[in-house]
Ligand binder design. Structure first.
Ligand SMILES: [Zn+2]
Length: 572
């Protein structure tokens, strides 16, 4: 049960945990924790800041978000209408409040998410603001504290919202390299793209009592598996038991725990030992579709929904097919070294035009038996960890990495959540942002949400002509926003998930032509086209020094949020 925070003007409020009628002022004095049953009601970002930081110490970052609608998204309502309503309803500009403050006299940068604002969803502005908070921490040489509350990536911004997982993760990586503490405080609820990135790839992860965190939500898992979920599934105590959080902290103790962590980090740092790290300036965005709304969404010669069906065609060449045809001498490597080998991810050493490369990809299959045996290309945490092991091996050996992405998404199962799916994806994203060797990713079929991005943070992202890449499946999007799964074709058009759309948005660099009418009609020709495209993009990267490579890769993902901010307001 989740308690409901009291609304302004109400004298009394009913506890969502025990249904006791509580005097609102008494509840607020008790930090919105029910004095009868201990249920933690959700608190908004301004209230959270009051609870955590030293009085009067908070200064908001000067940057202000501009009005954005990058893909002209319309479901039952145009996205700008939903934004306007969220702003009016919360008094906030966006779903996160960022700034600097002291906590127990220890300076830090903070980003506090607000679930009231479109479900705390991660869009371009939210990603950019959190990134700026992280960069502020880096510039000031202070820790970063993130308080998360989110349903996941903001589907109204399409794949651009997915990119924010990488953008924020690379900012976290920079703090890691600089030896600055990062702490996330999971509050209820923290799901999807936020869980699978900065909520879990920080140094220390605290879960507030009553918080739930996971990659896939309970409703989706119940629908997919048809099973009842274990008692307390994805709750803070469940997360602690499964090794996914450092501690579960009641709200009253949260500030004290943060003070202790910040004090320890400060004591551990020798003063002035850190060389100054230049702050990265946001770079301007690449060309956008003029006007936003009503630009074409379909691949040439086909509707977006038709492209989705082609991308899912069981005859489409798989990763193992391409390894047989486009590469030579594939030596498959198995296992995550932690107890499992995931069949939905294959990888190993191969040669491309005589050059050694590490190839990692999702593996589907052509028959029902193959698909079931490969879990339909949906990687388990073991699959993500196998991929992580292989990219790290590539880095040690100085080998370029080629990834082939073809997955409906990450595994929506109970075990995957128990085994830390969100953190496994988050760690891959972070590792790829700092990999010192070239990475070329090819979306060969379905690029589904965080499961796809876990293999697609790359220097060059290519896409087969009839592949799709999306923050959520059209069916999932339709079920939430319309709400009617039958609206999947409309959702497919609204999400801008085809290659031409994603090229225009700058998410994809190049399209790989398929033999007419589609790859499964001539797999050999499809393999030749893929090989030529990968070579054309990989060869120029081989001479780029590692530091330059990493810097450019960071800029590539950074630019998706940068133009989402208006002029710096200056007022502090
Ligand atoms: Zn209660």
């Amino acid at each position: 049960m989740t308690a409901t925070a009291p609304r302004e003007g109400q004298l009394w409020s009913r506890c969502g945990g025990c249904a006791t009628l509580l005097y609102r002022k008494r509840l607020r004095r008790n930090l919105d924790v029910c004095p009868e049953c201990g249920a933690h009601a959700r608190v908004d970002a301004p209230e959270r800041l009051l609870q955590l930081v030293d009085p009067g110490s908070f200064t908001a970052l000067p940057e202000r978000p501009a009005e954005v609608d990058p893909i002209g998204f319309v479901d039952l309502l145009p996205y700008p209408h939903r934004l306007t309503a969220a702003r009016a309803g919360t008094g906030l500009a966006e779903a996160v409040v960022c700034g600097t403050a002291t906590v127990g006299q220890h300076p830090c940068a903070l980003a506090v998410m607000d679930f009231r604002f479109l479900g705390g969803s991660l869009g371009c502005v939210v990603g950019e603001l959190i990134t700026l908070a992280a960069e502020r921490a880096l510039a000031d040489g202070v820790p970063l504290v993130l308080v998360t509350a989110s349903g996941g990536a903001r589907m109204q911004e399409g794949a651009l919202s997915l990119m924010q997982m990488a953008t924020v993760s690379q900012a976290i990586a920079a703090l890691r390299e600089a030896g600055l503490l990062t702490v996330s405080v999971l509050t209820d609820p923290t799901y999807g793209g936020v869980a699978a990135s900065f909520a879990t790839n920080t140094d220390v992860v605290l879960a507030e009592s009553g918080a739930r965190m996971g990659f896939a939500g309970p409703r989706v898992i119940r629908q997919v598996t048809g099973r009842d979920l274990p008692e307390g599934f994805q709750t803070a105590d469940f997360l602690l038991r499964h090794g996914q959080v450092d501690m579960v902290v009641p709200r009253h103790a949260l500030r004290g725990r943060l003070v202790a962590l910040l004090a320890a980090a400060r004591a551990g740092r020798r003063p002035a030992s850190r060389p100054g790290v230049p702050r990265q300036e946001p770079s301007p965005l690449v060309a956008r579709p003029a006007g936003g709304a009503a630009t074409t969404t379909a691949a040439p010669g086909g509707d977006a929904w038709e492209t989705v069906r082609l991308a899912r065609h069981p005859g489409r060449p798989t990763t193992l097919d391409y390894l047989e045809t486009a590469f030579d001498g594939f030596v498959e490597l198995h296992g995550d070294r932690l107890g499992a080998d995931c069949p939905a991810v294959v990888g190993g050493l191969a040669r491309l035009d005589g050059r050694p490369v590490m190839v990692i990809g999702h593996q589907k299959g052509h028959t029902t038996a193959e698909l079931v045996g490969r879990n339909f290309g949906m990687a388990s945490p073991a699959g993500h960890r196998k991929a992580l092991r292989l990219v790290r091996l590539a880095a040690r050996l100085g080998l370029p990495v080629v990834t082939l992405v073809d997955t409906p998404g990450a595994d929506p199962g109970v075990r995957a959540e128990e085994q830390g799916q969100a953190a496994a994806i988050a760690e891959n994203i972070l590792a790829l942002t700092v990999l010192p060797t070239p990475v070329v990713a090819v979306i060969t079929g379905e690029g589904g949400s965080g499961g796809a991005l876990a293999l697609a943070v790359a220097d060059r992202v290519l896409m087969l002509e009839h592949a799709v890449y999306s923050v959520i499946s059209p069916e999932g999007c339709a079920a939430i926003l319309w709400p009617d799964r039958g609206a999947a074709p409309q959702a497919a058009r609204a999400l801008r998930l085809t290659g031409p759309d994603l090229c225009r948005l700058g998410i994809v660099d190049d399209l790989v032509p398929e033999p007419a009418p589609a790859a499964h009609h001539d797999p050999q020709a499809a393999a030749r086209a893929l090989r030529e495209a990968v070579l054309a993009h990989l060869l120029p990267l081989l001479d780029v020094p590692p530091a330059t490579l990493v810097r450019r890769r960071r800029q590539r993902f950074r630019r998706f949020g940068a133009a989402r901010l208006g002029a710096r307001a200056g007022a502090r």
